[in-house]
Design a protein around this ligand. Structure first.
Ligand SMILES: [Zn+2]
Length: 240
């Protein structure tokens, strides 16, 4: 916040209302914490048994990649069960991370008072919406927004789809966001913005700047747009 303020940059924070209630599962962080504590990762994923060493940082990174990838492919309930099991193996209860890491409503009210800050919606419990039925997806989006509006006393006009890749947000979610009156909604589909996106404001692409891309050279590469043209096979708009 102070860095962005120094540069006069406006920014948007997307809030998962359940996390602000200090509840729910930040399962990807639970998985990271569990593998950090375990020397071996033993888990059944579907009909497959995974048994991987996790002593060195390299082994831990590889185990995370394998388990994350395989669990993301399946049902969300299975993912949550398996990661809860790994948390218990690692000696901590699942479901504690929201209270440790996430901003409370009082902290969010303080941020929301800053004119440079826009608060957006990010559902109630951060599900991969496209893996669930339409009624559940609609409820998650609408309730998440309603809760923020009640807590912060302001209208919420922007949405971010949890996880945000094509297996989590697709045309059905884009239509829901449009019908619910969101001015914009962002995916994590990689890409730059083009004029054509004016017709797809509820399916906007994103340039992700995260722990993997924090060098100046990596950032310059991302901002050039070249990696995304390759990723999107030359298409400017990817909303199917
Ligand atoms: Zn998220």
């Amino acid at each position: 916040r102070p860095v962005l303020a120094r540069h006069g940059a406006p920014w948007t924070l997307f809030v998962t209302s359940g996390f602000a209630d200090q509840a729910g599962r930040l399962w990807w962080i639970e998985l990271e914490h569990a593998i950090a504590r375990l020397d071996r990762v033993r888990i059944d994923i579907g009909s497959r048994s995974v048994d991987l060493p996790a002593r060195s940082p390299q082994e831990k990174a590889l185990a995370f990649e394998v388990v994350y990838r395989d669990l993301r492919r399946g049902r969300e309930a299975d993912l949550l069960d398996r990661i809860a099991e790994l948390c218990r193996q690692a000696g901590f209860p699942p479901g504690r991370i929201a209270s440790e890491l996430c901003l409370s409503w009082a902290e969010l009210r303080d941020l929301a008072a800053d004119p440079a800050v826009t608060i957006g919606a990010h559902t109630v419990s951060h599900p991969m919406l496209a893996k669930h039925d339409a009624a559940f997806a609609a409820h998650e989006i609408a309730e998440g927004r309603a809760r923020i509006e009640a807590e912060l006393g302001r209208t919420v006009r922007h949405l971010s789809y949890p996880v945000g890749d094509p297996t989590s947000a697709g045309p059905r979610e884009f239509a829901l966001a449009r019908e619910m009156g969101f001015a914009t909604a962002v995916t994590t589909r990689p890409g730059h913005l083009f004029a054509e996106h004016a017709a797809h404001l509820q399916a906007l692409p994103r340039v992700s700047v995260n722990g993997c891309h924090q060098t100046g050279a990596a950032l310059a590469g991302l901002l050039s747009g070249v990696p995304f043209l390759a990723w999107n096979r030359g298409r400017r708009v990817n909303v199917a």
